[in-house]
Structure formats: C-alpha cells, structure tokens
Design a protein around this ligand. Structure first.
Ligand SMILES: Cc1cc2nc3c(=O)[nH]c(=O)nc-3n(C[C@H](O)[C@H](O)[C@H](O)COP(=O)(O)OP(=O)(O)OC[C@H]3O[C@@H](n4cnc5c(N)ncnc54)[C@H](O)[C@@H]3O)c2cc1C
Length: 191
C-alpha cells in the first residue's frame, strides 16, 4: 500500500541477506508485531544507524510485555531513533538515496526524511497457487469447518476416498508462529 514500494525492502529481504543493509536505514512498522522491531534490533546491533517509524503509539503493542520491553531495551542500547504514530505515505529516489514522506496520524502533518534504505513491514499475503490447484481435486474443496477443529476427535466421518485439503498458519493470513502451531495441532488431533 506504500507509493514507491518497489524502492523498499521487506523485513524478509533485509534479514535474509544482511550484507545488503546500508549504514542508515528507516524501518517502518505497520503491524505492531515481531518482524519490524526484531529487524531493527538486529540491524542496529550490527552497528547501522536505524530510525524506527510505527503507526502505533508504542513499540510492538501487539506483543506480550516481555517482548516489547526487550525490544525497547535493545533500541535504547543501540540508539535507535523512534518516531511513533506516523504512517509511511510514499518513497521516492533522490540522489541515490530514498526520500520518505511520513504523515502524523493525529495531526495529518507531513514530514520528509532521507535514508540509504527503507525497510517495510506490512504483514504478508499468502502465495495461493498450489492451494488453488489442489483445491479442485480435494474432497472438501479446501474448506476447513472451524467447528470441526474443536472438541474430542474425531468429530466427523472421513471421506472414504480422495484427500482433504486444509490451510494453516500464514497460508490463511499473516500471523505468528503460535497461530500456525495451534492450527496444526488442532487439525492433527482431528486426524
Ligand atoms: C523478521 C520476522 C520476525 C518474526 N518474528 C516472529 C516471532 O518472534 N514470533 C512469532 O510468533 N512470529 C514471528 N514472525 C512471524 C512468523 O515467522 C510466521 O507467522 C510463521 O513463520 C508462519 O508459519 P507458517 O508455517 O504458516 O509459514 P512459514 O514459516 O512461512 O512456512 C511455510 C514454508 O513452506 C514453504 N513453501 C512455500 N511454498 C511451497 C511449495 N510450493 N512447496 C514446498 N514448500 C513450500 C516455504 O519455503 C516455508 O518454508 C516473524 C516474521 C518475520 C518475517
């Protein structure tokens, strides 16, 4: 959703290949979950200058207290500059650097800031190709009845032939390791 997103890296790109990280980066967090603050802490600990911008009024508000305080401590230790309640409006190229336009969510006031790289965390979108192909062949049309995941197993009859297809974890929507494991556990118990 960010104008100029093709000029940005995602947290997956950034942590997957740390050597490509520049000396002066802006990390934008639009989810309030682990990915952006963990990337910021990691990159700042490697000696880079990091500006952390978030939509939320605090750092990692979706996370439990012991996680958010760990990130806040790491940010303080490595002098991460924090700017809260701002959204990233656009990114453009300027003299080999990246010009980011930020908007304060309460006042609407805009400000511009320039960095070597912009790293964006906006969650993920599932890659559905394989699921869509298998769905046509499955006996349940790829649908998981939520009610059938709760209670003692087995809650329902298995189809005598063919296979069932279920989606779990981030293949449903961008969430966490815990959500993916709970989905898998519930599904496994019913089989
Ligand atoms: C930087 C970062 C930090 C994070 N920190 C945390 C954290 O601290 N705690 C937390 O709970 N969550 C965290 N998350 C989120 C967490 O990583 C995901 O929610 C979780 O990994 C989802 O698990 P999953 O098994 O559904 O999918 P994935 O972990 O994405 O696993 C899917 C696997 O399927 C493989 N695959 C895809 N297509 C095919 C195919 N066609 N054939 C074969 N294999 C295929 C992929 O290569 C991948 O290995 C973080 C995410 C990021 C990016």
């Amino acid at each position: 959703p960010v104008r100029g997103s093709e000029l940005c890296l995602s947290v997956f790109d950034a942590l997957g290949n740390p050597v490509q990280i520049a000396d002066d980066v802006l990390i934008y967090d639009a989810t309030g979950r682990h990915p952006a603050p963990s990337a910021a802490a990691e990159i700042a600990a490697a000696g880079k200058r990091v500006t952390f911008v978030a939509r939320d009024p605090s750092i990692a508000p979706e996370m439990e207290h012991h996680s958010s305080i760990t990130y806040r401590k790491a940010f303080a230790e490595h002098n991460v500059h924090v700017l809260l309640e701002h959204e990233l409006v656009s990114v453009s190229a300027q003299d080999g650097r990246r010009l980011a336009v930020l908007r304060h969510l309460l006042t609407g006031r805009e400000l511009s800031t320039t960095h070597s790289q912009i790293i964006v965390e906006h969650g993920t979108i599932p890659v559905n190709g394989l699921f869509d192909e298998l769905r046509l062949l499955s006996v349940n049309d790829g649908a998981t009845e939520i009610a059938s995941l709760i209670g003692p197993a087995p809650l329902r009859e298995r189809a005598p032939n063919g296979f069932e297809l279920h989606r779990i974890g981030d293949a449903v929507s961008s969430r966490s390791v815990h959500a993916a494991m709970l989905d898998a556990l519930r599904l496994g118990l019913q089989f």
